[in-house]
Design a protein around this ligand. Sequence first.
Ligand code: NAI
Length: 339
Amino acid sequence: MRIAVFDTHSYDRHSFDEANQAFGHDLKYFESRLSLETVALARGFEGVCVFVNDQLNRPTLEALKAGGVRLVALRCAGFNNVDVAAAEELDLPVVRVPAYSPYAVAEHTVALLMALNRKIYRAYARVREGNFSLSGLVGFDVHGKTVGVIGTGKIGQVFARIMKGFGCEVLAYDKFPNQDLADEIGLRYVSLDELYERCDILSLHVPLADDSLHMIDKAAVARMKRGVILLNTSRGGLIETAALIEGLKTGKIGGAGLDVYEHEAGVFFEDFSNRVIQDDELARLLTFPNVVITGHQAFLTDTALHNIAETTLGNISTIEAGEIPPTCVTRTLALPPRT
Ligand code: NAI
């Protein structure tokens, strides 16, 4: 199938070209993100392959459909950037990659926690300057701390297991608690109130949806234990940035490790080192000594990239063969005919 692949970088092209040897799709890579402004690039293609910050709202989906596109293949797990109802009305199947390596994301969450706690980023910069002073580098033992995991799906449960390995007490909250998992790992489901009240470390692993948008707001921060370390490798919109900044300023939040940011689209995945960042909340977050931000790279391991490429291209082949893969997020019966 002829596919326009949006928002690509060298690492995407490498993994897709390698995996495509087994599938033989006709892939055309674009650096631009897909939006209403760039949708004309997809004209004449049968499918589009998109990532987390491409915007597939109703007008963009309508323009895709009008241009002959018959399939949307997300090369990520979350699909909060797609108007699924509009895609269904337009008879456009949307497929995704529900799991490619929960380990990649969970391990990056631990990396953020440890970098933040042991001030690795400060120590690294200091030692390179020939400064071997230890002032300001005091961390804490993670062993024995209480860790709260919000969302015990694929990634949350890997993170919970790692934290158990550190010797932590693990508390969890999920809309659909999994008692078998709790018994196996040795974690305990509690109410959000208890989680906020008791946890020294809080990590978010729920998808972004209407019911989770800004779940960490001013009221939630107020209920948290003073000095809590907040980790978010899920989606930026889970945290109301103003509430996070306020919590950091008052010391209620003792540190934040973020791989995602509410308004990351248009900034993350780009080089802004010679430009002025216009987003004042992001700029403020970057000034805190106790905030570590990475630019949505938790998924970025060789294993994950390989699995993403293989599943995405496999999804496209399955749909092309007239079947609907279980990774389809739309209620789709078949690939629509060519227009
Ligand atoms: P999953 O679907 O396996 O698990 C999500 C869990 O959250 C489920 O147990 C579900 O019941 C629970 N949940 C959903 N809404 C909830 C709510 N409002 N309150 C409480 N619990 C709720 O998803 P998985 O694979 O663990 O991924 C989690 C998220 O991680 C994805 O949705 C995605 O946004 C993010 N992600 C981030 C990546 C990165 O590179 N930073 C890479 C991959 C995923």
